[in-house]
Design a protein around this ligand. Structure first.
Ligand SMILES: *[C@@H]1O[C@H](CO)[C@@H](O)[C@H](O)[C@H]1NC(C)=O
Ligand SMILES: *[C@@H]1O[C@H](CO)[C@@H](O)[C@H](O)[C@H]1NC(C)=O
Length: 368
């Protein structure tokens, strides 16, 4: 067909504009800014107001004894696990095993799932062991404030559902636990040595202060571009650039800080504005660290308990572990942290990692 080299060149040249024209139809659509509808906004405000009015006043972090009093015989404080997902929960069997390792009910589990997805694995597992509570959910999109809304919905629902929820942990379908439930519970509520960066919260071997574990970074190569993603002065005057922060949205918050997030109106008005450039638009990585560092920087550790591997990042996604990488050594490596005695969770893992993870669950992951 292309015996003539000129004809070949010509047809290749001709195909370029055709490719350009067809590309949007062939390639997956790039997320475009989708504003949050007034009805969705109203639903959220109603939920948040109900949560605020039903919650007991947040205890001051300097007097945690009222809220965090733990008697060893009757511990009443629970961990709320908040799953934010837009697919099935790939590691449901692993999480089921994790929750089964604890004899008494010291936790609640809430799921916000995009209404467009089938939760086959999760729902069938829930049929015989209903531990996952599905909260009223709305569609979520990458590079949009819908991910902030979904997280706030999870926090508000968990505050409302159980007054004993004291720590709130946000996880995704790609997260795995790195320890037993028992280890995680003791690390958060009891251990006087867990947080290596803060010796003042502990006196005479007793925890006096409970902090949120959320990554807060005040510099970064792209911070300015992200700050101006809605326009040069869009964040002013509430959020000057010096107060703009970045961090991971997979965090562990105290009840006090969960309430700060649910109560916030001021920063939300800024962060809900769609970006005009979506390549630098990750509102959920900025909203929570910025809000909490502005509201209570002494009450947060500034680091996360969820290990993410950013070596060799592609397209804003961290390194994603494959089945052949899963081993006891990987779990031990992922636990290592310079800020705390151990990381408690890790991401991201492809769904096929389930089998090798189940293989080392009892002998390695939950063995402590
Ligand atoms: C979800 O499940 C239903 C019924 O099993 C099926 O008809 C539908 O195609 C599924 N949707 C997706 C997105 O997989
Ligand atoms: C992080 O990812 C890189 C590949 O991108 C890999 O070589 C390295 O071993 C990973 N680190 C850990 C602790 O697994």
């Amino acid at each position: 067909m292309f015996s003539n080299p000129y004809l070949l060149t010509f047809s290749l040249l001709l195909s370029l504009p055709i490719l350009f024209f067809l590309a949007p139809a062939i390639l997956p659509p790039h997320p475009s800014p989708i504003p949050i509808s007034p009805t969705d906004e109203l639903d959220d405000i109603n939920l948040f107001n109900t949560a605020i009015s039903h919650s007991t006043p947040p205890s001051s972090s300097s007097h945690p004894s009222k809220f965090f009093h733990l008697s060893s015989k009757n511990p009443t404080f629970k961990i709320a696990f908040l799953f934010l997902t837009n697919t099935d929960l790939h590691f449901t069997p692993l999480w089921n095993l994790f929750f089964q390792t604890t004899p008494s009910k010291l936790f609640n589990v809430y799921v916000h799932s995009d209404p467009r997805v089938n939760l086959t694995l999760l729902r069938s597992s829930n049929n015989y062991n209903p531990i996952f509570k599905f909260i009223s959910s709305k569609k979520t999109y990458r590079a949009s404030p819908t991910l902030i809304s979904a997280t706030r919905r999870l926090l508000a629902s968990a505050i409302l559902d159980d007054a004993s929820n004291a720590y709130f942990i946000v996880l995704s379908q790609y997260c795995i636990p790195l320890h037993s439930f028992d280890y995680i519970y003791k690390s958060l509520f009891l251990s006087p040595t867990f947080d290596l960066t803060d010796s003042e919260s502990t006196q005479f071997g007793v925890r006096l202060k409970y902090k949120s574990f959320i990554e807060i970074i005040n510099n970064g190569p792209r911070l300015w571009k992200r700050y101006t993603a809605r326009g040069r002065y869009a964040m002013m005057p509430e959020v000057p650039f010096e107060k703009f922060r970045v961090g991971s949205q997979f965090f562990t918050l105290t009840r006090k800080h969960a309430l700060v997030v649910v109560k916030d109106r001021t920063l939300w008005r800024k962060f809900k504005v769609p970006c005009y450039r979506d390549d630098e638009c990750y509102p959920e990585e900025h909203y929570f660290p910025t809000l909490l560092s502005m509201e209570d920087s002494d009450g947060v550790t500034g680091y996360t308990l969820t290990n993410v591997n950013w070596t060799g990042t592609v397209n804003g996604h961290p390194h994603t572990y494959q089945p052949e990488e899963v081993s006891p050594e990987l779990i031990l490596r992922l636990r290592k942290s310079t800020n705390s005695e151990s990381f408690l969770f890790a991401r991201k893992f492809v769904p096929d990692c389930l089998e090798p993870l189940m293989g080392i669950a009892k002998s390695v992951i939950f063995k402590d």
